[in-house]
Design a protein around this ligand. Structure first.
Ligand SMILES: [Zn+2]
Length: 405
């Protein structure tokens, strides 16, 4: 199967290249902001269809102005401004699509220097063992050996905490995986611990925030005390962004370990179909929730199950995984978020709340495969409630059709 994959390396530019990188990023940011301003002006001053523009029109307009107004743009690869406009176009498309669906998608924002330093390159990108050849920038050293296999489609270069990184989007051929013959597992994603598996394994949250909070506060305090525009303040800002970056690395690493373990060792993985957007709105849950990033776990599980040959199943949106007793099936009418121990008044089971939920989720996998087998035996799906899972579009990530089947 053909998959898209990202690879990221740190660059080791010399002084000349460093200046050029800054120029490229600056140009991309300038063009993005220029395009955004033009769009806003147009929307406010024109009427009807003329209020909107698109990538191609803006690109033509920019090229017209380039020669007289922005001659410095000739110093950088033409990809940088082009791709910036394309990004802007995507941001607007996303915004309008979201509004149509009634979702809250933020209006595209102006990019700030230092916070959004990145640009994208297409065209002839040649990768060697320890260097990369880029249009306009020449040959740049990498800080580690590259191990990319496949066709490079594009490269995005970005600055994080005063270090330059390059990430490649690569199209590669992966062998079709054999289906994993492992156990089924229900996964309860939580706030207290990152994930509780129905086999009893618990993945703890890295909780980087509280641990590093003190350090974060100290550096922010230092920044506010230093004079604006001073070299020392700039140094402290870099220290702060380095710390933010480390914190996010710890979290990313943790999520990858969890999802790889799940996808490599289980035949079926059941997770809740959570309404993450709805939950983040709840102010008490939001900090911890965005911290563990549910949607990132789901995104990783979706592609990793395809790579390794396991199956990802979403429990129905309103499946009562935490209110249901995993032993007798009795469903509680109420269960407060603070109750950590589930006790069933029907059969007397006392069990950890998250483990109970994960056991319930595992049951969804069991009934799902029964439904599928029944489908195969009877040769039709209408006998079982609703849709047949095997008829859904995506072969690997199948939404569970119904429990009662
Ligand atoms: Zn019970």
């Amino acid at each position: 199967m053909l998959v898209l994959r990202g690879y990221r390396y740190e660059l080791d530019p010399n002084n000349r290249q460093r200046t050029l990188l800054v120029k490229h990023a600056g140009c991309a940011r300038f063009v993005y902001n220029w395009g955004l301003e033009e769009r806003i002006k147009r929307f406010n001053s024109e009427k009807g269809k003329d209020r909107f523009t698109n990538y191609f029109r803006q690109h033509r307009e920019l090229n017209r102005r380039k020669r007289y107004h922005y001659p410095w743009m000739y110093e950088v690869s033409k990809c940088a401004p082009q791709e910036a406009l394309r990004d802007l176009h995507k941001a607007f498309a996303n915004f309008w699509r979201g509004r149509k669906k009634g979702k809250k998608v933020g209006f595209p924002k102006f990019k700030k220097k230092g916070r959004h330093d990145s640009f994208k390159l297409l065209g002839t990108i040649r990768l060697f063992e320890k260097s990369v050849q880029l249009p306009r920038l020449g040959q740049l050293r990498l800080k580690e050996k590259s191990n990319v296999s496949g066709r490079i489609l594009s490269a995005t270069i970005s600055r994080k905490a005063d270090r330059w990184f390059i990430s490649f989007t690569v199209e590669q051929e992966r062998p079709e995986p054999l289906l994993i013959k492992g156990p089924k597992v229900g996964v309860d994603l939580g706030i207290k611990s990152l994930a509780t598996l129905s086999c009893g394994t618990v993945f703890e949250n890295p909780r980087p925030l509280p641990r590093k909070m003190r350090k974060l506060r100290r550096i922010s305090r230092q920044i506010s005390r230093k004079q604006k525009g001073s070299r020392n303040r700039q140094k402290a800002v870099i220290r702060l962004s380095r710390l933010h970056w480390r914190i996010s690395n710890i979290r990313i690493d943790c999520l990858h370990k969890l999802t790889t373990y799940l996808a490599k060792n289980h035949s079926q993985i059941v997770v809740e179909d959570l309404n993450v957007q709805g939950m983040v709105k709840n102010k008490f849950l939001s900090q911890a929730l965005s911290d563990v990033s549910f949607s990132e776990i789901r995104r990783q599980l979706e592609y990793k199950t395809k790579w390794y040959g396991s199956k990802l199943i979403f429990a129905p949106r309103f499946f009562p995984s935490s209110k249901r007793c995993s032993q007798c099936g009795n469903i509680k009418s109420k269960l407060a978020l603070s109750t950590r121990l589930f006790s069933c008044e029907h059969c007397g089971l006392v069990i950890d709340r998250d483990l109970n939920a994960s056991l319930n989720l595992e049951l969804v996998a069991a009934s799902w495969s029964e439904t599928q087998n029944a489908c195969l035996e009877t040769g039709g799906c209408r006998l079982i409630t609703g849709q047949c899972p095997s008829m859904m579009q995506e072969p690997n990530t199948t939404k569970f059709a119904g429990l009662s089947g």
